[in-house]
Design a protein around this ligand. Structure first.
Ligand code: GDP
Ligand code: IMO
Ligand code: MG
Length: 434
C-alpha cells in the first residue's frame, strides 16, 4: 500500500483526542511505514493498541506500533514499564518472525508487584467512586516517580543498588499492604527473583532514547505515539477519572527529554465517543444507538476486555482537545461503524441553565451540563472503502462538519481495522473539494 506523505517532515505525534481507544495503533502503524523512529513517550501497559495485518491481529501494550513494521521502536523515559509484560510482547513479535529493533531508556520507571497490588486495593477501597483503572499498577508507579521513591531500569543494573532500593521501599510499603489492606508482606528476594530473567533479557535493549531522538531530529522521520487520550490527561482530563500521565501533545518534551519544537500533531478522532472506566460522559448513549455502536464497533477493551461505554461524537469536547493539543491534522476513525443509523447526532455546545459555558474544569460542573446536539442524516457505508469518492454524500457531510467546526483539516478517514481500509485525504477535505 502506498502511504501518501500526509504530514510534513516535522516530527509528528499521534494523539488520542477523546478518552482513548480511538485507533491510534492503526494510524501509527500506517504512518510507521514512512517513519524511521517510532517513540512511545507515556503511559504503560494500560494501553492496548490494535494493529491488523492481513489475518493477524497484534495487540500491543508497551511496544510502539512501529514494531510490526520492524522500524526502530523506542520506549522513552516517560513510560512506566512492566518488564514481564514487555518480555512477553517481544517474544510474541519475534515468534512471528518479525525482527525487532528496540531501544528502552534506562530512566524508565519499573512497575513492581506492590504497584499492581496497591492499584487494585485502592480501587477496592474507593467503593462507589472507583476510577475503573486497568489494574496494571500505573498510578502507584507514577506516584513513586513523583515522590522520588521509584525504581528505574538503571537502578536494577547494579544488583546492590536494586536490593538496597527495594529494601527501603518495602520497609515503607509492607506496613501499608499489611495494616491498611490486609495483604501478606512482600519479600525482597522473591521480587528480585521474579524480575531477574526479564531484566537480564531487556538489558540488551537499553539505550539513551533522549539522545537518539535528539540526534535524529535533523535527518530522521520521527513519529511519537501517544497512549490513552486527551480527557485522561492527569491535569486537563476529567480528574480524578483520568490516568496518571500527561497524554496531551506537549507531554512529549519532558517525557522524551527533548527541547520544545514545532510538531505535526495528528488528532485521532473516533467518529463517535467511547470511554472505559468510570467518570462523566456527557454524550453517553444508553439506548439502542449506544448498543449499535458497541456491537458494530466491537467496543470491548483491548487491555481488560471490559465493555466500552459509547456515545455520540462530542465536537464541543474536541474543541477543547484541539486547544490543548494544537492539532494540525485529524484522522477520523471507525466511520464505518455509524453505517445503518437513521439519524446521527453530534454534540456542539454545553449549557448550564440555558447558558453556553466553556468546557468545565470540574466534574461536578461537567455533570450539570446539557449537551446541545446537531442532528444529521445517517448513511450506509461498506466497511473498507478506500476512496473518498466512494463515500456516501451524508458521510462526506459528516466529515466536512467535523473539519469546519474544529477548523482542522481531516487528512485520513478510516473505514475498517485493516491498513488498506483507509482513505488518505492529502490536503484536507475542504481543499480537496475546492
Ligand atoms: P487505540 O488504543 O487508540 O490504538 O485503539 P484500540 O486498538 O484500543 O481500539 C480500536 C479498535 O478499533 C481496534 O480493535 C481496531 O482494530 C479497530 N479499528 C481501528 N480503526 C477502525 C475502523 O476504521 N473501523 C473499524 N470497524 N474498526 C477500526
Ligand atoms: P489506549 O492507549 C482507554 C483508563 C482506564 C481508567 C483510567 C485510569 O489503549 O487508548 P489507569 O489504569 O491508567 O490508572 O486507569 O484510564 N485507561 C484507558 N482507557 N484506553 C486506554 O489506553 C486507557 N488507559 C487507561 O480505563 O478509566
Ligand atoms: Mg486501546
Amino acid at each position: 500500500m502506498q502511504v501518501p506523505n500526509i504530514v510534513s517532515m516535522k516530527p509528528t505525534v499521534i494523539i488520542g483526542a477523546q478518552w482513548g481507544d480511538e485507533g491510534k495503533g492503526k494510524v501509527t502503524d500506517i504512518l510507521a511505514k514512512e517513519a524511521d523512529y517510532i517513540v512511545r513517550f507515556q503511559g504503560g501497559n494500560n494501553a492496548g493498541h490494535t494493529i491488523v495485518v492481513g489475518d493477524k491481529v497484534y495487540k500491543l501494550h508497551l511496544l510502539p506500533s512501529g514494531a510490526v513494521y520492524g522500524k526502530k521502536s523506542m520506549i522513552a523515559a516517560g513510560v512506566v514499564v512492566d518488564p514481564i509484560v514487555l518480555c512477553k510482547e517481544i517474544e510474541n513479535i519475534e515468534k512471528d518472525g518479525r525482527k525487532l529493533d528496540l531501544m528502552i531508556d534506562p530512566l524508565c520507571h519499573i512497575i513492581m508487584p506492590y504497584h499492581k497490588i496497591l492499584d487494585k486495593a485502592k480501587e477496592q477501597s474507593r467503593g462507589d467512586s472507583k476510577i475503573g483503572t486497568t489494574g496494571r499498577g500505573i498510578g502507584p508507579c507514577y506516584s513513586d516517580r513523583v515522590n522520588r521513591s521509584g525504581i528505574r531500569f538503571i537502578d536494577m543494573l547494579n544488583p546492590e543498588t536494586f536490593r538496597s532500593k527495594l529494601i527501603s521501599k518495602l520497609e515503607a510499603t509492607n506496613p501499608i499492604l499489611e495494616k491498611i489492606y490486609g495483604f501478606d508482606p512482600l519479600s525482597v528476594d522473591e521480587i528480585i527473583e521474579s524480575y531477574q530473567s526479564s531484566i537480564e533479557k531487556l538489558k540488551a535493549y537499553l539505550g539513551d532514547v533522549s539522545k537518539a531522538v535528539y540526534e535524529g531530529l535533523d535527518n530522521k522521520n520521527v513519529l511519537f505515539e501517544g497512549a490513552q487520550g486527551t480527557f485522561l490527561d492527569v491535569n486537563f482530563g476529567t480528574y480524578p477519572y483520568v490516568t496518571s500521565s500527561h497524554t496531551i501533545s506537549g507531554g512529549i518534551f519532558p517525557n522524551v527529554g527533548i527541547p520544545p519544537m514545532a510538531l505535526d500533531v495528528i488528532g485521532i478522532v473516533k467518529a463517535y465517543t467511547t470511554r472505559v472506566g468510570a467518570g462523566p460522559f456527557p454524550c453517553e448513549l444508553e439506548d439502542e444507538n449506544g448498543e449499535h455502536l458497541r456491537k458494530v464497533g466491537h467496543e470491548f477493551g483491548t487491555t481488560t476486555g471490559r465493555p466500552r461505554r459509547c456515545g455520540w461524537l462530542d465536537l464541543f469536547m474536541l474543541k477543547y482537545s484541539n486547544r490543548l493539543n494544537g492539532f494540525t491534522h485529524l484522522a477520523i476513525t471507525k466511520l464505518d461503524v455509524l453505517s445503518g443509523l437513521d439519524k446521527i447526532k453530534i454534540g456542539v455546545d454545553y449549557q448550564i441553565d440555558g447558558q453556553s459555558v466553556d468546557f468545565p474544569m470540574t466534574i461536578d460542573q461537567l455533570e450539570k451540563c446539557e449537551v446541545v446536539y446537531k442532528e444529521m442524516d445517517g448513511f450506509e457505508l461498506e466497511q473498507g472503502i478506500s476512496s473518498y469518492d466512494l463515500l456516501p454524500d451524508n458521510a462526506k457531510k459528516y466529515c466536512d462538519f467535523i473539519e469546519e467546526y474544529l477548523g482542522v483539516k481531516v487528512s485520513m478517514i478510516s473505514t475498517g481495522p485493516k491498513r488498506s481500509e483507509t482513505i488518505f485525504v492529502r490536503e484536507g477535505l475542504a481543499m480537496k473539494m475546492a
